[in-house]
Design a protein around this ligand. Structure first.
Ligand SMILES: C[S@@+](CC[C@H](N)C(=O)[O-])C[C@H]1O[C@@H](n2cnc3c(N)ncnc32)[C@H](O)[C@@H]1O
Length: 298
């Protein structure tokens, strides 16, 4: 079962609204859930993959970030040094990252997202794909429902971009990590030419829902939370090449199962993809991958 203490979705939203420290909860929930048709999607996945879907089968649906499953594979290199790590994915969406991690190594995974409809679908996809080692929790990154010093690794993949003040979420990440544990961020950042971005984009239908920060700002916030940064790489070039390939695939309708981000984000996804492509090209946005450690002693 999804670990959500509220039987009614309305009560969960009220709780999250009261405690979410400035996140535009209702608008974000609507943005991510208004086009989802749970029954239809589950049926479609079950019919297309009677043996159970692989991570690659689900990727057009559940890797909701720039760079797709290839970027996730690269990101997961950061958990490889741990044996049977406890991994928390914050803003997990439909959970593609942790299913991929579980297909590559033994993990204890927790996927947390505040869009409850995503958590429900994520849980169903875990069952269909046999990923029982992953728990799904609905909650807010800024108020994590976990004990301190528990996880080996906390991952933010395109989720800080929806959080007005990432410092609260970063402090919480530090708290729940074991000493020496690692935070990994794969995020969209504000580029040199931020005003050139056009909306809608996949993470926001309008400018007021998008919270991008420049690399320096993110670094500063991560360090002020108490982390020591070990690497920060610019992935913008490879993201641009990936987006160009995706545009080609989307136009030729290549996905065998018919699964696509449009099943989550609606018909506007074509415009969102085009806007992301342009924003990467004209320097409105960039992509970084950053890793940092919680110090052994504080
Ligand atoms: C662009 S999606 C990325 C999903 C997933 N990480 C991926 O890469 O496929 C951003 C996700 O962050 C979630 N999110 C936004 N703000 C959040 C918050 N304060 N706490 C938890 N999740 C949040 C949204 O509900 C959404 O699922």
């Amino acid at each position: 079962m999804i670990n959500c203490p509220f039987r009614e979705h309305r009560l969960y939203i009220e709780f999250i609204k009261k405690n979410s420290k400035g996140s535009p909860v209702t608008e974000l929930n609507d943005h991510y859930s208004q086009h989802l048709n749970y029954n239809q999607l589950i049926q479609q996945v079950a019919d297309s993959f009677p043996e159970g879907p692989t991570c690659f089968d689900l990727a057009p649906l559940d890797q909701l970030h720039i760079g797709g499953i290839k970027a996730s594979k690269q990101l997961l290199e950061h958990i490889k040094p741990y044996s049977h790590p406890r991994v928390l994915d914050v803003g997990a969406g439909l959970g593609g990252l942790l299913r991929l991690a579980a297909s590559e190594q033994e993990i204890d995974g927790v996927a947390l997202d505040f869009t409850h409809a995503f958590s429900q679908l994520n849980q169903a996809l875990n069952l269909l794909s046999g990923s029982e080692c992953i728990s799904v929790v609905s909650g807010d990154a800024q108020l994590l429902p976990f004990a301190s010093d528990y996880f080996d690794c906390v991952i933010f993949q395109h989720s800080l971009l929806n959080i007005p003040k990432p410092s609260e979420a970063l402090k919480e990440a530090l708290r729940v990590l074991k000493p020496g544990g690692r935070i990994v961020c794969h995020e969209v950042i504000k580029g040199q030419n931020p005003e050139a971005i056009e909306f809608p984009v996949p993470w926001a239908a309008r400018a007021e829902l998008s919270f991008l920060h420049c690399t320096q700002d993110i670094r500063r916030q991560i360090e002020s939370a108490g982390f020591e940064i070990s690497s920060c790489d610019d992935w913008t070039e490879q993201a641009l090449m990936w987006r160009a390939r995706q545009t080609g695939k989307e136009q030729s309708g290549q996905a065998r199962s018919g699964l696509s981000p449009a099943a989550v984000l609606g018909n506007q996804f074509a415009t969102m993809g085009k806007n992301v492509h342009q924003a990467l090209q004209n320097g409105a946005i960039g992509i970084i991958e950053l890793a940092a450690q919680k110090p052994q002693s504080r």
